[in-house]
Design a protein around this ligand. Sequence first.
Ligand code: GAP
Length: 469
Amino acid sequence: MDLQDIVSFCKRRGFIYPSSEIYGGLPGVYDYGPYGIELKNNVAAAWWKHVVHNNPDVVGIDSGIFMHPMTWKASGHLDNFDDAQMDCKKCKARIRADIMLEKYGVNADKFTVDEINQTVQKLREDKVQIKCPECGSTELTEARRFNLMVKSNLGSPTEAITDENVVYARAETCQGIYLNYKNILNSTRQKVPFGIAQIGKAFRNEIVVKQFIFRTREFEQMEMQYFVHPDDAGKVFERWRQARWDWYVEFGIDPSHMRWYEHQKLAHYASAAFDIEYDFQALGGFREVEGLHMRGDWDLSQHQKFSKEKLEYFDPVRNINFIPNVVETSAGLNRGSLVFMHEALKEEQLPNDSKRTVLKIDPRLAPVKIAVFPLLANKPALIELAEKVFRSLNKKHHCEFDDNGNIGKRYRRQDEIGTPYCVTVDFSSTGEQAENAGTVTIRNRDTMQQDRVGLDQLDQWFADKLPVL
Ligand code: GAP
């Protein structure tokens, strides 16, 4: 499927809608519908289980989106967190210079503005025409720095943003982790080495946002920062690289659709950086879904310097004070949800010459686990029993009741949203038909096979078949 098919599917089936659509939309922001939020919550829960609950040496937090503005001076984001922007003099399009240069075979991912301008000049000298990707004009401005931090003001009687009232919507969730590192040490039994994890919103004033939920201005990150003695950082980094790769595979991503990308040019905070990239065919190829970074002692040292608060750790075994190194795993929740959806969404040809769209997603991530149908919508006895089955199964698994349209259409609807099992209550279930009395049919999303299972066996059958996180 191409990107437009996925975008239309997500809107039609209640996964994802453009923000503020009745006002013409707000670029770079998306809303999640009933199935989208279930999928996203399940991805977040799978990550939390894997990173926090499965590791006694990792704890979670939920810090504020706004932090003291000095946080961003110390972290380097106010000075260094920018992209190079060029403008088209003709159509006024804003162009992200590194993305544009990709088309000319240049990987300018981590180029400075000066390097971008030199590269453009060199290409022009080589008679390469650098064109606006929107209108094709060659009249482009020089590249200039464009800081990605989103600014606002808080608690001020004036509307203007001034140095006194400025606050920044966080650009990465991990800064809230560094500011709480000392609180965790003082209020829990954790000792270095240990990790702190957080899932939450981040905001970036991205120059170009044309790739659906892959790159947005408001998004969610799932980040874990592991604090470790510098001598052990390399080993810990390798352990988390393997663990994070395995997580995607465990939840259904074919390993041949992923690869590692090692950054040569590093962000201002990193001494080593590897991305897990996923082969987003709909976006034209491999793209980053998660970054793993060796951040050294950059963040804690900077916060110690700017806050004047001691952030050293006393190691009773080594009998020394030191600033821990940080190993970071940083995944996008929206991007990750898109990965799982992209991998699982299939168009299948059926034997009777029809087609079905099916989301063959891991049942643990599926928005709905079981759909319950009465065979016919106009038979009170069937509806009554189906509602009873629904109420009973819904206590343990997120279920949906559907009596709309014929049974084939209901199966197609559930296939599209990825429901692993459909239970149909028919005349055998109510006992009106002697054959198979007291049983229902359970239809499997992937094989489309149907089993008959006794009403009194349903709880156990699903306990055996439906994996939980
Ligand atoms: N704390 C490190 C950090 O923020 P990053 O590579 O800038 O590193 C980590 O971001 C992850 O966050 C990315 O791999 C991606 O999944 C997600 N992400 C970053 N910018 C995003 C955006 N504009 N829209 C959606 N997801 C984004």
